[in-house]
Design a binder for this molecule. Structure first.
Ligand code: BGC
Length: 702
């Protein structure tokens, strides 16, 4: 540790102002003005992206040779400070895993850790040592396209996944050449964009910010995340990229974060458009002084900081501090020891059988079975099965948003994956066109309909005003259902779509998200019973678009739904509750919950809460047992339920197991009316539950 600080300070003592400012600058690789810029020490990092649209397509130009060539130029600079190459490695690099929202459906942090460990190995083989992930934005409005990139609506689930993701990328020792420095983004409140419109402002109260939006970032900091990205948005009137209170007072002074903060793409320059900076020089000064150490792409730091120092708008000490943080992370990442990447690694470390197997397992663990009337699934005894819908020949369409390094040809096409996995003797017919599908359906014994949204309809700035299936798909489902054959609906999506009418017309429904390059095979395994679904919803599924924002941990209201009388919180046209609640998901077997026990009626320090979970069905299956609490009276209103813990267990048919949770007093803490954080004594409800709307209920007093 001291070695790092000594090295940083020694370097700092040798640097000119220009060289210091260079470290704060992150240009993008495409359109880089030339190697001389690097030889002059005018870049601290390079973002390997072809432009602002990177997240929406493929871009395979990245290689170890390319990074090495740039790195050599940087090493030729006066002080030879190596570059840190950054890239968006969001859900795998070449091996594309399910989207992060799907990963959250696994309720399995260890899976998330393993996924990101593989992602780190693959990306680092190409010279990348820094990823702009994990995205930790709580998202409660599915219109927002970036809901796909995070872990859903819940702060506890997101915090667990945050820590796991950071561990996966960085490992115990981020200086190992096969690790990536992680970047928790987008700090903070970005998911609360008004109307679900990306880049839009948000108004978030201080208690909600503290209790809902900040905890995942705090968990990432506690897990040792190296960097944080400031968000694009205007939060409560102060753009996040100029928010000194959040970037410095909270992040550094309260939480002790000692890594560096990078802006989002051009968000330093955009302070001018926000209307809080006169010009780019003013914008650069505001951002730097707020605590943004590195300027992603805008160039405003490089252009204006020297002048800002000369005119006294920014102090040398402020520049030094930003440089120090960046150099610290470069040291920790071992860049001074291993600045170059062995190009041979790309041959051995990318798309290995082990990586593909993990991608398959992840896809299996993340699909959510929403409906299964009369045990239609797994499909048995159907000789002729029609597989129809726009995704019948899908390959890269299964990847999801932000898969620059994915290659459609790496994915086995869905129809081929089905052929390989369906039991011998099954006739599979495929039809991507509606008329062919309709005519064939008459002769089929069962129909599997593959619908949903294309990845381009999900992700950054891919917001929708209508959460229904894309145009034409519901009509297709209705026409198929009218033929009267059993229909299994499979939905691929980057968000929880409002599929109320579609669900009503199908006998079985699987929510498959964007499942990555092994998604088709995993789906076939689930459909034909080689695997049992285990995913649980990390978001509440809306009935209609008009329910957004929708989340289970809402406040009770003075006129709660369950109160008597007509003047209650509700819609006149639909039920208030979601179509499927947070935490929900079926299995091919069934589970019963019984015998809730609390170690005491009074909590002092900790409380043990347990229940007996029994597999009451005929197959082995996994259940995600969830612990919720409600603080019945607070100095500020408290959510009707909050997830406090969960455990995934696997039980054989007939097997029963007592699942127990230890609740600690600090798990009950929140932001109180006086602004302080802590617990308030009183009565609490507690549930051990299969999802947010059910469970065995108990009570205790703190
Ligand atoms: C996104 C970030 C991303 C960055 C770099 C921005 O447009 O908001 O999430 O990391 O681009 O590609």
């Amino acid at each position: 540790m001291n070695d790092v600080e000594d090295r940083v300070n020694t370097l700092l003592g040798q640097m000119t102002l220009e060289e210091k400012i260079g470290q704060l600058n992150q240009p993008m690789i495409h359109g880089l003005p030339g190697l001389d810029l690097l030889r002059q020490g005018k870049a601290g990092s390079i973002i390997n992206a072809f432009g602002a649209l990177s997240g929406q397509g493929f871009d395979h130009l990245n290689s170890a040779e390319q990074c090495n060539a740039l790195q050599r130029a940087a090493l030729e600079s006066r002080l030879g400070i190596p570059l840190l190459f950054g890239r968006d490695i969001i859900h795998g690099q070449r091996t594309v895993f399910p989207i992060p929202l799907a990963q959250a459906a696994s309720f399995n942090p260890s899976l998330v850790e393993q996924i990101n460990q593989i992602a780190a190995r693959e990306a680092s083989a190409l010279g990348i040592r820094w990823t702009f992930a994990p995205m930790l934005d709580i998202a409660r409005d599915a219109r927002w396209g970036r809901i796909a990139e995070g872990y859903g609506e819940d702060p506890l689930l997101t915090s667990r996944m945050a820590a796991a993701a950071v561990r996966g990328f960085q490992g115990d020792d981020v200086s190992q050449p096969d690790r990536l420095v992680a970047c928790a983004k987008h700090y903070v409140g970005y998911g609360a964009a008004e109307g679900g419109r990306d880049y839009e402002q948000a108004e978030i109260s201080e208690p909600t910010l503290r209790d809902v939006y900040l905890p995942p970032f705090r968990a990432a900091v506690a897990a040792g995340v190296g960097t944080i990205m400031s968000a694009f948005l205007d939060l409560n009137g102060m753009p996040a990229t100029a928010n000194r209170r959040l970037l410095t007072d909270v992040l550094r002074n309260e939480w002790g974060f000692d890594g560096f903060v990078v802006s989002d793409w051009e968000s330093v320059g955009e302070l001018v458009q926000h209307g809080i900076a006169e010009d780019r020089a003013h914008a650069a000064a505001l951002a730097l002084r707020a605590g943004v150490d590195m300027d992603m792409v805008s160039g405003a730091y490089l252009e204006t900081l020297a002048e800002n120092v000369r005119c006294g708008r920014v102090t040398l000490a402020e520049i030094d501090e930003a440089v120090r943080r960046i150099l610290r992370i470069k040291c920790r990442a071992g860049l001074f020891e291993h600045p170059l990447t062995d190009p041979e690694r790309a041959i051995h470390d990318i798309l290995t059988p082990k990586a593909r197997e993990l991608a398959r397992q992840a896809a299996r663990e993340t699909m959510v079975l929403l409906k299964n009337e009369r045990h239609l699934l797994p499909l048995r005894d159907f000789r002729r099965i029609l597989v129809a819908g726009p995704f019948v020949h899908a390959t890269g369409e299964l990847f999801g948003t932000w898969t620059m390094d994915g290659r459609a040809e790496d994915a086995v096409p869905l129809d081929q994956a089905f052929q390989a996995i369906a039991p011998a003797g099954t006739d599979l017919w495929f039809a991507a066109a509606p008329d062919l599908a309709l005519s064939r359906a008459h002769y089929a014994d069962a129909v599997v309909l593959l619908v949903g949204e294309h990845p381009a309809r999900s992700g950054e700035n891919a917001n929708v005003s209508d959460l229904g299936l894309p145009p034409g798909q519901l009509e297709w489902i209705t026409a198929m259902a009218a033929i009267g054959k059993p229909v299994v609906l499979v939905v691929f999506a980057g968000r929880p779509l409002a599929i109320t009418r579609a669900v009503a017309q199908a006998q079985a429904v699987i929510y498959a998200w964007h499942p990555g390059l092994e998604g088709a095979a995993a789906l076939a395994e689930i459909l034909f019973g080689l695997a049992t679904p285990t995913g649980r919803l990390p978001v509440s599924m809306p009935r209609t678009t008009g329910q957004a924002p929708l989340y289970y941990a809402h406040k009770p209201s003075g006129r709660p739904l369950e109160a008597d009388g007509p003047f209650r919180t509700r819609y006149v046209d639909i039920p208030t509750a979601p179509l499927f609640p947070f935490g929900y998901g079926l299995s091919y077997t069934s589970f019963s919950y019984s015998d809730l026990r609390l170690s005491s009626a009074h909590m002092r320090g900790t409380l043990e809460i347990s229940a007996l979970i029994t597999n009451t069905g005929e197959r082995t299956g996994s259940e995600v047992v969830q612990l919720y609490v409600r603080d019945l009276v607070g100095s500020l209103t408290r959510p009707v339920r909050e997830l406090k813990d969960f455990q995934r267990i696997t039980l054989q048919p007939g097997e029963a197991r007592r699942v127990s949770f230890i609740l600690r007093e600090e798990d009950l803490a929140f932001t109180r009316a006086d602004g302080s954080w802590g617990v308030e004594p009183g009565r609490f409800k507690v549930w051990i539950a299969p999802h947010a709307e059910a469970g065995l209920e108990g009570e205790f007093i703190l």
